[in-house]
Ligand binder design. Structure first.
Ligand SMILES: Cc1cc2nc3c(=O)[nH]c(=O)nc-3n(C[C@H](O)[C@H](O)[C@H](O)COP(=O)(O)OP(=O)(O)OC[C@H]3O[C@@H](n4cnc5c(N)ncnc54)[C@H](O)[C@@H]3O)c2cc1C
Ligand SMILES: *[C@@H]1O[C@H](CO)[C@@H](O)[C@H](O)[C@H]1NC(C)=O
Ligand SMILES: *[C@@H]1O[C@H](CO)[C@@H](O)[C@H](O)[C@H]1NC(C)=O
Ligand SMILES: *[C@@H]1O[C@H](CO)[C@@H](O)[C@H](O)[C@H]1NC(C)=O
Ligand SMILES: *[C@@H]1O[C@H](CO)[C@@H](O)[C@H](O)[C@H]1NC(C)=O
Ligand SMILES: *[C@@H]1O[C@H](CO)[C@@H](O)[C@H](O)[C@H]1NC(C)=O
Ligand SMILES: *[C@@H]1O[C@H](CO)[C@@H](O)[C@H](O)[C@H]1NC(C)=O
Length: 397
């Protein structure tokens, strides 16, 4: 691959003496993207909305190839309240804020990467995906050629007293995230009966004493749905041999009895939370840990103004490129990969960065070719083919 590129560049240099240019792409001005008086902030190759792991990963990938990129972050992270981040190799059991701080510090040494606190209120494209106008809540306006939406999801928690207070700290969302620290403890499942079997199958290697609190969702309609979607679901539950109980009584509140942040064993990575689940009628049941099946929504719907489709509360993307619309990428929890974890956020951010970099360069080269005349155009044709090869190689980044 390397020799092919050198050959192409040699041909170009040899035949373009009349109009010498340096082949460092940074010194070749790209097509103008100053879109006029509407812009009173700066112009960038790429604007990234959201500074969780997905946005930071996209920024890193762009900064490494010296793309001018601005990241704007309103700092409402999905895992903001969780004690520790898990299943992120190299950073297992790290406070999430420390993980993001380490990422920002690493990125901050790259001169073309800019990070800013703020909330984006709108993104528009006056030319259907060629340039974008991003406006923040201070009325500051920025322009860019590409947009990355790394805006994440928001969990919709029920009003039942005690749940919001213990969210991420005893009442959890994902077994991979927080199950291990609560292995072999008295386990509760919160949410609809429709999701109970799925959750049991996810946690069965961690916990045996399992009670599902389905809070009135054990209705004939839901049983009908389960019988269709998961025929034999009751037998599947009893096949575990663990006497899994389903409690249908309405939950009136959940009260914390003990805080695992204070009572824990670092030697065994165990946290000992304890709760009472208070039920209508006055009885209560003790549990140490819960997994939940509550819905989530997009944190922001900025993409709908610029051609992004949202379906099932996910931004629809092409999984090969993370592209959500012309000039727009959607990465992290918010995209329709339906995979919601930090490694996925990093992967999708990186994928988008590579595709964007190559697309920008292709657009630049195409614009450049049309400006050449006869003989030079021919040379550019040769060079273009070889650059295609180069781009294919870059996609392997
Ligand atoms: C309780 C809990 C525990 C978890 N634990 C783990 C774990 O241990 N391991 C793991 O791998 N995953 C864990 N996760 C999942 C993890 O939090 C997500 O996968 C990850 O945060 C997704 O990253 P993201 O960048 O897509 O979104 P986020 O981290 O949510 O970041 C999105 C960012 O975009 C910003 N934003 C949104 N709209 C705008 C706007 N209009 N303008 C500017 N900024 C905006 C938000 O403020 C936010 O800062 C956990 C999730 C929960 C709920
Ligand atoms: C941005 O917000 C972070 C907290 O999320 C804070 O630590 C940092 O100082 C802020 N930066 C600026 C420039 O305000
Ligand atoms: C905008 O771009 C999309 C995708 O390329 C295309 O389908 C659509 O027709 C375009 N709309 C206009 C008004 O040019
Ligand atoms: C330019 O930015 C400032 C904030 O710095 C804002 O108050 C103003 O409205 C903006 N001007 C335009 C034309 O949008
Ligand atoms: C339980 O059901 C009640 C009544 O429908 C509802 O208000 C509450 O939010 C639910 N709580 C949980 C934990 O699902
Ligand atoms: C579960 O609770 C709901 C709401 O109170 C009720 O309609 C339903 O009959 C209950 N199911 C069972 C199996 O008792
Ligand atoms: C993700 O979920 C949506 C519905 O919520 C579905 O349309 C889509 O096909 C799913 N994507 C994948 C990759 O499973």
């Amino acid at each position: 691959m390397k020799s092919v590129i050198s050959f192409a560049l040699a041909v170009f240099v040899a035949t373009s003496n009349a109009n010498p240019i340096t082949l460092d792409p940074r010194s070749i001005p790209g097509p103008s993207y100053d879109i006029g008086p509407a812009s009173n902030g700066s112009s960038f190759d790429v604007i990234i909305i959201g500074g969780g792991p997905a946005g930071l990963s996209a920024l890193s990938g762009l900064a490494r190839v010296r793309r001018n990129a601005l990241l704007i972050d309103s700092a409402e992270y999905r895992n903001a309240e969780t004690r520790h981040l898990h299943d992120m190799i190299g950073y297992d059991h790290t406070v999430p804020a420390a993980f993001r701080a380490a990422a920002r510090e690493g990125i901050s040494k790259y001169p073309t990467a800019t990070m800013q606190n703020g909330t984006v209120v709108s993104i528009t494209s006056p030319d259907n995906g060629t340039t974008f106008i991003t406006t923040d809540s201070n009325g500051q306006i920025y322009t860019s050629k590409k947009v990355v939406l790394a805006t994440g999801l928001r969990d919709i928690l029920p009003d039942t007293p005690g749940i919001k207070e213990a969210w991420s700290r005893g009442i959890y969302w994902c077994p991979w995230c927080d199950g291990y620290e609560h292995r072999d403890q008295r386990f509760g499942i919160l949410g609809s009966i429709l999701d109970v079997v799925g959750t049991v199958f996810e946690v069965i290697t961690l916990n045996k004493d399992i009670i599902a609190f389905v809070n009135g969702t054990w209705t004939p309609e839901n049983v009908e749905i389960l019988n269709t979607k998961r025929p034999g679901w009751q037998q599947q539950l009893s096949s575990t041999g663990y006497n899994i109980q389903i409690i249908n009584t309405t939950i009136t509140s959940i009260t914390r009895i003990q805080d695992g942040a204070l009572v824990n064993d670092p030697n065994t990575d165990s946290e000992f939370d304890r709760f009472n689940v208070n039920l209508e009628g006055g009885s209560f049941i003790e549990r140490d840990v819960f997994m939940t099946n509550f819905p989530s929504k997009q944190r922001s719907y900025l993409g709908t103004e610029i051609g992004v489709q949202v379906y099932g509360e996910k931004m629809i993307i092409d999984p090969a490129s993370m592209r959500a619309a012309t000039g727009v990428w959607a990465v992290g929890d918010a995209n329709s990969d339906n995979s919601t974890n930090v490694p996925h956020a990093l992967y999708t951010g990186k994928k988008a960065a590579v595709v964007i970099h190559v697309e920008l360069e292709r657009e630049f080269a195409e614009g450049y070719v049309t400006k050449r005349d006869g003989e030079e155009e021919e040379v550019m044709g040769v060079m273009g083919r070889d650059l295609e090869d180069l781009w294919e190689g870059m996609v392997r980044g």
